[in-house]
Design a protein around this ligand. Structure first.
Ligand code: F3S
Length: 437
């Protein structure tokens, strides 16, 4: 039975169509989110938002025709909170930069080839974005837009974000509050259903995670995150016995935890803002469960992510989550002077493409034989180029999702998973020599 949802007079007015069709559809959608999530009211957002566009990221029956959007934009409508475009821009998750050399066609429809200029033109249809930009959207087009936007919510601010690496970044790393629910409705009305991570009690840890190894390298954080996610599921873990993650390691941990499980919030005592101590992370209570993610669990996670029957590598992919500017700099250092034997694709945010160019990184990559694409990723495009049977990656999330794009036994994609250095070595030699160390 549907529960009661308390709306303010203003919200009732919007729901009744007092501010036009677009606001009404948005309110209807938010009320339905309240119904399915158990939320009894909406909360006014004071942080930031993003959504997968160009449409609205609302359920299909709440979409509205573009003419309605044009009408409110002509009347001066704006998003209520700073709003960013998540990835999956345009049609078929086409790359914004690097499409010319992106020899990749959709599995379901080989006529959709990213390197075809006609297809690219169609894919980049921009009518919705023009309107969104007028409403104030920053078209960052990245799953890691929080890294490139240079504007972040602060502790306690209520937000409406998306994406596996991003939502825990908002909750755990920044101490702001978000569920995975960014949409046109939340950004346009500046409201979201009040449940789960918006509520203080739900943010305390209930699972105490211990580990036997000091987690400190990028791959350790990635594998550890995947193993913790598998164990914690939807619960809030507190991670103890680890080192202090860097920004990139936080991103890896987040995306991996949300791949192995569905972790929107976690604590690392001494590192994350709501956990000055273990007691604070647990809200002064005892954990409901203690678990060990030790050597055995880490090796098992590594083996799960490393699905291969041979050592010959056809292609390498780096940039999941999208690389930050520091990642791009470090990668340029690693690639300088090298000559690659097989294709290496590097993914980042469109805004960072120009930064990489101005810093000289693009030239270094290109001289080595690597190729930069922006705004999407292989898993989002749902395919690898023809002829690629074995792919090397340094990301748990990418390994998991790209293999999932090839479910048939007679068309399996094998993945070599390891460190960034293992991947670069395989790009130079064409062979995989990585192992769990
Ligand atoms: Fe981003 Fe694609 Fe990875 S969306 S987090 S690069 S799977």
């Amino acid at each position: 039975m549907a529960h009661t949802i308390f709306l303010t007079d203003e919200e009732k007015r919007l729901l009744d169509g007092g501010d036009g069709l677009v606001a009404q559809k948005c309110m209807q959608y938010l009320v339905e989110v309240c119904q399915v999530s158990g939320a009894e009211r909406l909360i006014d957002l004071d942080g930031t938002g993003d959504f997968h566009s160009p449409m609205t990221s609302m359920a299909a029956h709440y979409e509205f025709p573009i003419e309605e959007l044009e009408k409110i934009v002509a009347q001066g409508a704006h998003f209520k909170i700073p709003t960013f475009a998540n990835k999956a821009p345009f049609y078929a998750q086409a790359p914004i930069h690097g499409w010319e050399k992106c020899n990749l066609c959709a599995q379901q429809d080989p006529a959709q080839c990213q390197s075809d200029p006609e297809f690219h033109k169609i894919a980049m249809r921009d009518e919705w974005y023009e309107l969104y930009r007028k409403m104030g959207m920053l078209t960052s087009h990245s799953c890691a837009n929080y890294m490139h936007a240079t504007y972040l919510p602060t502790i306690g601010q209520h937000c409406s974000w998306n994406e596996s690496s991003a939502v825990p970044y908002c909750n755990a790393v920044l101490g702001a509050r978000s569920n995975i629910d960014g949409s046109f409705a939340t950004c346009y009305l500046g409201k979201a259903a009040y449940y789960d991570m918006h509520i203080t009690e739900n943010r305390y840890a209930t699972v105490l995670v211990k580990t036997e190894r000091l987690i400190k390298s990028d791959i350790e954080w990635d594998v550890f995150g995947f193993a913790v996610g598998e164990d914690a599921g939807v619960h809030v873990p507190v991670l103890t016995g680890t080192g202090k993650p860097t920004t990139t390691q936080f991103m890896k941990l987040n995306s991996a935890m949300n791949t192995g499980g569905a972790v929107r919030m976690y604590h690392i005592p001494g590192s994350t803002p709501e956990a000055p101590t273990l007691e604070a992370a647990l809200g002064g209570k005892q954990p409901k469960r203690e678990t060990m993610v030790g050597e055995r669990e880490l090796k098992k996670a590594y083996d799960t992510l490393n699905y291969r029957t041979g050592d010959d590598v056809d292609m390498v992919y780096l940039g999941c989550p999208h690389l930050t500017v520091v990642d791009l700099m470090l990668l340029a250092r690693k690639l300088e002077g090298k000559k690659l034997r097989i294709p290496l694709w590097i993914m980042t945010a469109p805004w960072l493409y120009e930064v990489a160019r101005s810093q000289g990184y693009l030239k270094i990559y290109e001289d080595a034989g690597a190729h930069v694409l922006t705004g999407t990723c292989l898993a989002a495009m749902g395919a690898v180029p023809d002829g690629v049977k074995r792919l090397a990656v340094d990301s748990a999330k990418q390994s998991y999702y790209i293999t999932g794009c090839y479910p048939d036994d007679d068309n399996r994609l094998e993945v070599c998973y390891g460190t960034t250095d293992d991947c670069i070595d395989s790009a130079v030699t064409g062979k995989w020599r990585g192992e769990w160390r």
